[in-house]
Design a protein around this ligand. Structure first.
Ligand code: 4AD
Ligand code: MG
Length: 478
């Protein structure tokens, strides 16, 4: 393999008049002379100057948008405007042709919907290459944050027999012949004959297994794919998404909030520094998009300002009960502007309510705590009032819920009592209950929806655009 210099490095090169090899895909070719070449290392293209008078016309014809090229030449200070350096080609090799009549990605603005249908090629656009570089940095920063603090990265299973959230939104995992599923004498599916000898599913959360790890390693985190068969065709739900779930022994709900807030700020700061160009590009993209909206729907801050604002301000912390009061008294509620009126204490908040709190009332990220136990999972620690649990949801502008977590119920009797109340089979979760039997201790954790974080940091509007190959109802293409 020949040496190649990445375009990002070339564009920053202090040295000129040096021989270089550069490889990438043609973004544009104008005047039979100037190739805009991109290799994904940066959103900026390197300009390759072709000596067309001394180049075989047959070769020139093959320099089309989307073609893969290997170029040898000299890096020189640019004579033209718009770039500081450029490559004067001495040799151009076409590694892969791209038929301009058929190649879907043209040097013009394509709709995000069109690009979703061409997700195999959308990486080659400025928007999507920026998004996926930002996603990469956020993922790296998550690991760096936890590693710096001595957390152990724990790989929890993807195939499991439990439904951690108890919401019944799991995908089945089976290798039964679907045309001939074994039945018991009483006519039920005989899972004993299935691969695992029992019903199994894709995990909705690694939390329960993560808790087992925390009960020995103290500080753990998971970062893996999770799956939910909820039929929600929204801009914030995926059937396959990535979740980060730290779990910390000896932490209480306040420690848990501090950890989540610190982590969010850390990874956003890291990415702002590391991907300044990409964030700037995405900020401009969003500004363009906002211009197409009516004035009253445009956001007051640019993407960059929103991110900086998030870093520079404490998240607002209040209880669910306080939030309900604010929502009841709010103008949109009184004027019946909410699609769902704010119901009494005890009901779950709709995302329009969450967004009102964050975007209109507090105008900053909000952490809501102490939700009614009826609307939260069985494992959350029961508060002394008998009505609420030590839950925490973090709500972000434009996103709504980005983090869900809690202090866990570490008292065996309380946990068992709650499981009985809501009908969670204790025998199936014997291993989970064992941690409460042997050396139980206060502990807390949360789950961060990774794509919702990427959505926030990139300023994109649809979660399907921040994961390389989105899975959602009626779609598993690519
Ligand atoms: O609030 P959730 O359901 O919490 C849990 O799963 C806990 N076991 C986490 C824990 O305490 N360890 O999900 C956590 C986060 C949500 O706040 C949201 O950001 C994201 O996961 N999320 C989704 N993201 C994309 N598509 C979906 N269908 C999502 N469902 C949840
Ligand atoms: Mg939640």
């Amino acid at each position: 393999m020949s040496q190649r210099t990445k375009i990002k490095a070339l564009l920053q090169s202090q040295q000129t008049e040096i021989d270089v090899t550069v490889k990438g895909w043609v973004r544009a070719f104008r005047s039979n002379r100037f190739i805009a070449l991109n290799d994904g290392s940066t959103n900026n293209n390197i300009q390759v100057v072709v000596d067309f008078e001394n180049t075989d016309p047959a070769l020139l014809k093959r320099i089309t948008v989307g073609a893969a090229l290997s170029v040898q030449g000299k890096l020189i200070a640019s004579l033209g405007k718009g770039q500081t350096v450029e490559v004067v080609a001495t040799d151009i090799e076409i590694l892969g042709d791209s038929d301009p009549e058929k190649y879907p990605i043209q040097p013009k603005k394509h709709s995000l919907e069109f690009l979703r249908e061409n997700a195999h090629l959308r990486f080659r656009t400025s928007t999507f290459s920026a998004i996926f570089r930002v996603r990469n940095s956020l993922a790296f920063a998550v690991h760096q944050f936890f590693q710096e603090r001595g957390f152990v990265y724990l790989h929890t299973p993807i195939i499991t027999a439990s439904d951690a959230e108890g919401a019944g939104e799991t995908f089945h995992v089976t290798n039964f012949d679907l045309d001939n599923i074994p039945k018991t004498d009483t006519g039920e599916i005989d899972f004993k004959q299935d691969f695992f000898g029992r019903a199994a599913n894709l995990t909705v959360s690694g939390q329960l297994e993560g808790e087992l790890g925390a009960m020995a390693l103290s500080d753990i985190y998971t970062f893996g794919p999770t799956f939910r068969a909820e039929n929600s065709n929204t801009t914030r739900h995926l059937a396959e998404f990535w979740m980060i779930e730290p779990e910390v022994a000896f932490n209480d709900i306040v420690d848990n909030m501090d950890l989540a807030e610190d982590m969010l700020k850390y990874v956003i700061k890291y990415t702002l520094d590391k991907n300044a160009d990409d964030i700037e590009f995405l900020t401009q993209r969003l500004e363009e998009e906002e211009k197409t909206k009516p004035q009253n729907e445009r956001s007051e801050m640019t993407l960059l300002e929103k991110l900086q604002f998030c870093l520079n301000n404490d998240f607002e912390r209040l209880t669910y009960t306080e939030a309900i009061q604010i929502l009841r008294d709010s103008t949109p509620n009184k004027k019946k502007k909410f699609q769902y009126p704010v119901e009494g204490w005890g009901t779950d908040l709709q995302s329009e309510h969450e967004r009102y709190l964050v975007e209109k009332h507090f105008k900053k990220p909000v952490i809501l705590t102490d939700y009614p136990k009826e609307i939260k999972s069985f494992y959350m620690r029961q508060n002394d009032d008998g009505k609420t649990v030590a839950a925490m949801d973090i709500l972000f502008p434009g996103i709504g819920e980005i983090v869900g977590g809690s202090q866990r119920e570490e008292r065996l009797d309380k946990l068992e009592q709650r499981m009985d109340e809501i009908g969670i089979p204790k025998d199936e979760l014997w291993w989970y209950l064992d941690t409460r039997r042997f050396g139980t201790c206060p502990h807390a954790g949360f789950g961060l929806g990774f794509e919702r974080l990427v959505l926030f940091v990139t300023g994109m509007g649809n979660i399907r655009d921040v994961i390389p190959f989105p899975r959602f109802p009626k779609n598993a293409e690519f």
